[in-house]
Design a protein around this ligand. Structure first.
Ligand code: CP
Ligand code: NVA
Length: 314
């Protein structure tokens, strides 16, 4: 998304063209190769990133901060005392903050707040998760799948569990890149009809395949993916959710019904014993640590892609 000031933001997967996702992957591959060779690539020297988080985070926060350091820039993790939404009008907060920094990573409860924030911003805004979606996660996930299998062609992703922020972005990334996606989700936790319509508009050609039978969903799947049943902010519903999702656990019996080469993925943090067993997440098919590691590399691609107008050599 490019706003009126000509600044590029990354708020949703939906806002990206397939070629833009490919370009972010290309940058991420290049930067990961340099990092593997031990090369320091200070292409963001002098650039500053601010991080504003309304919810906890390990992966998103640390991978963005490490990415910025490894690219020669700096990052500022802003605490509550900066007063987002409390001390002054949001438009004043954003317009002032953007006088100091080049990019802002924002994790918020309310997606509309992130959109409003970006509408005032003259620095690039990256959505680091909202209740609606988690674009950086989904991009890193498809990057990881492509890296693991060597191609996205021939892959089939089965998502088991809640139709939440992570599932929405993953499904949208699959729609854009034409990767077959099927989900097993209880009826009350599925995507809205409006979101399914958006998926179809964005390339999910057969429509969304959704079932309440996890065994059916994983048949012939090369990726079995799950996320927590209770997301951050939904803790008061956790007992009900534990009951509603009880048959949606990814365990050894379910994994055995996927394709023989299937991998297990989870955005983490995991609630072991709920959506996934220890045997699966720690087992031979699990690539969750490679997946988490790739947040660093993929987000370098995002940072360079967003700021590339400032970087002639990329
Ligand atoms: N997967 C993910 O975004 O993790 P954090 O909540 O730790 O950032
Ligand atoms: N669905 C989870 C994802 C955490 C990365 C949550 O929103 O809490």
């Amino acid at each position: 998304m490019v706003n009126r000031q000509g600044v590029r933001h990354l708020l949703t997967v939906e806002s990206l063209e397939a070629e833009e996702i490919r370009e972010i992957f290309r940058l991420a591959h290049e930067l990961k190769a340099r990092w593997r060779r031990g090369e320091y690539t200070p292409i963001l020297a002098g650039r500053v990133m601010a991080l504003l988080f309304e919810k906890p985070s390990l992966r998103t926060r640390v991978s963005f901060q490490a990415a910025m350091v490894q690219l020669g820039g700096s990052s500022l993790f802003l605490g509550e005392e900066t007063g987002l939404g409390k001390r002054e009008k949001l438009s004043d907060f954003v317009r002032v903050l953007c006088r100091y920094v080049d990019v802002v990573v924002l994790r918020a409860f309310n997606h509309a707040m992130v959109e409003e924030f970006a509408s005032y911003a003259t620095a690039s805004v990256i959505n680091g998760l909202t209740d609606y979606c988690h674009p950086c996660q989904a991009l890193a996930d498809l990057f990881t799948i492509e890296e693991h299998f060597g191609t996205l062609e021939g892959q089939k992703i089965a998502y088991i569990g809640d139709g939440n922020n992570v599932a929405r972005s993953l499904a949208m990334a699959c729609a854009k890149l034409k990767v077959p996606f099927v989900m097993a989700t209880p009826p009350n936790y599925r995507f809205s009809a409006e979101y399914v319509r958006r998926l179809v508009l964005n390339g999910m050609s057969e429509g969304l395949e959704v079932t309440d039978d996890p065994a059916k969903a994983v048949r012939a799947a090369t990726v079995v993916y799950t996320d927590v049943w209770t997301s951050m902010g939904q803790e008061s519903e956790s007992e009900r959710r534990r009951r509603d999702f009880a048959v949606y656990q990814v365990n050894e019996i379910l994994m055995a019904q996927a394709a023989p080469q299937a991998v297990f993925m989870h955005c983490m943090p995991a609630h072991r014993g709920e959506e996934v067993t220890d045997g699966v997440i720690d087992g031979p098919q699990s690539i969750v640590l490679e997946q988490a590691a790739n947040r660093l590399h993929l987000q370098k691609g995002i940072l360079v892609w967003l700021l590339k107008g400032l970087l002639p050599e990329f």
